[in-house]
Design a binder for this molecule. Structure first.
Ligand SMILES: [Zn+2]
Length: 407
């Protein structure tokens, strides 16, 4: 075998397991595996999980917060400062920033990522092409899905509709959209489905990113998804407007979402930073109601969205940090809730992205992370080092830090 991981904690309360990997796949899991391996990792009781899955990020506009700060912290100013910076983006600039952001998420254990790559008639495809290039260059380290993303709207920015088709022809994996930033939202959604059906691709929309629940288009999106037979193939990011809905209306919307099998990516770093900026007191949390969605059976995947720009001036590419934001904000720290959060950065996003052969089981792809902690139940709150990251059966990241207290 190529790699043998000795004595890893896979499940609390059960025996430690050896995991044998060969030819990029997990070939055996048992309390003791003997035989020759080209490489052996002594897990020594540390927690082994499947690779983290970053399901919503913008690599092309990462790491620009220092160039033009968003002083008010509002969505309006975030859009303004980013619009001002966009014409200054060269291919070299986008490449070096996106690469740095990509390496940040890889070093924190991500083995798959879905990134939105934006374009518009003014900027052309510079950013999109750069991201496609990185996808190829980093394919041994991370599986990347590229979303064709019309950030400035489609009808609002004439020429974008044609570019959507061009992006699909150039190999985009997913059709993106932003109904709340275009009018009419329903027609925007119709067009996205037309493109997705033509190329047989999944859909991922920036959806109902607002503090208030008026003018939402999630209901229409669900109906359209069912009508087109696209159940399970549509994901939405943000969906913050749901937190402002009256319980009765919310229950109806969630019921529709379950029927349409919509995947939801809450983006707590951005949503908390930009949301509820007009509240003078009793400031709202402004994140989609994670607990209610989860309890109803909606697939919920936590994601980063942005790293250090006008929309989110912080972040280091660590999904565990994002999950730890979601825990208090979503009231997910209870004994029954906490175990449901780790899957929101592993299995749930893997399902949303339609990843094949994902998971910690025999026959699955050997995309794994060894965490420097001893219990699965508390793995998140321990904020552990990623001791090893393994992609397609090969060690891609190794972290070895020792803390010495001097006295
Ligand atoms: Zn986004």
């Amino acid at each position: 075998m190529d790699l043998l991981i000795k004595q890893a904690r896979i499940k609390d309360g059960e025996a430690l397991q050896d995991v044998a990997i060969d030819n990029g796949k997990i070939v055996e899991i048992a309390p003791e595996i003997t035989g020759d391996a080209k490489e052996v990792i002594e897990a020594d009781g540390r927690v082994l999980i499947p690779g983290l899955v970053e399901s919503h990020i913008h690599l092309d506009k990462a790491l620009i917060a220092d160039r033009e700060p968003n002083k008010s912290g509002t969505l309006q100013e975030a859009i303004q400062v980013t619009a001002k910076l966009k014409p200054t983006f060269t291919e070299e600039d986008i490449y070096s920033r996106a690469k740095q952001a990509l390496e940040m998420i890889i070093s924190h254990g991500a083995t798959a990522v879905r990134t939105h790559a934006e374009f518009d008639p003014a900027q052309g495809f510079t950013g999109f092409n750069t991201i496609m290039k990185l996808k190829e260059e980093y394919k041994d380290l991370i599986d990347m899905q590229v979303v064709a993303f019309p950030q400035e709207g489609i009808f609002k920015a004439p020429g974008t509709e044609k570019m959507m088709y061009e992006a699909m022809e150039m190999g985009a994996d997913v059709v993106g959209g932003i109904p709340y930033n275009d009018a009419p939202a329903n027609e925007h959604i119709d067009l996205i489905f037309e493109i997705a059906k033509k190329y047989d691709k999944d859909i991922d929309l920036h959806q109902d990113f607002a503090d208030e629940a008026d003018n939402t288009s999630i209901e229409y999106l669900c109906e359209k998804t069912i009508k087109e037979g696209y159940e399970g193939r549509v994901s939405v990011g943000h969906l913050t407007a749901l937190h402002a809905m009256e319980p009765e209306q919310l229950a109806k919307v969630i019921d529709l979402m379950v029927k349409a099998q919509i995947n939801v990516m809450p983006l707590p770093a951005t949503d908390l930073h930009l949301g509820a900026r007009n509240d003078q007191y009793n400031v709202r949390r402004a994140v989609t109601p994670i607990r209610k969605l989860r309890d109803a059976g909606v697939n919920v995947a936590l994601a980063t969205n942005n790293i250090r720009n006008g929309f989110t001036p912080y972040g280091n590419g660590d999904l565990i940090q994002i999950a730890m934001l979601a825990v208090p904000v979503g009231h997910l720290g209870g004994a029954d809730d906490l175990p449901t959060v780790l899957p929101m950065i592993t299995e749930n996003p893997a399902k949303a992205l339609g990843l094949k052969d994902y998971g910690l089981a025999v026959g699955k792809k050997a995309d794994l992370v060894l965490l420097d902690t001893k219990a699965v139940a508390t793995a998140l709150i321990d904020f552990p080092e990623r001791s090893y990251v393994i992609k397609n059966g090969k060690v891609t990241v190794k972290v070895d830090k020792k803390v010495n207290i001097l006295r």
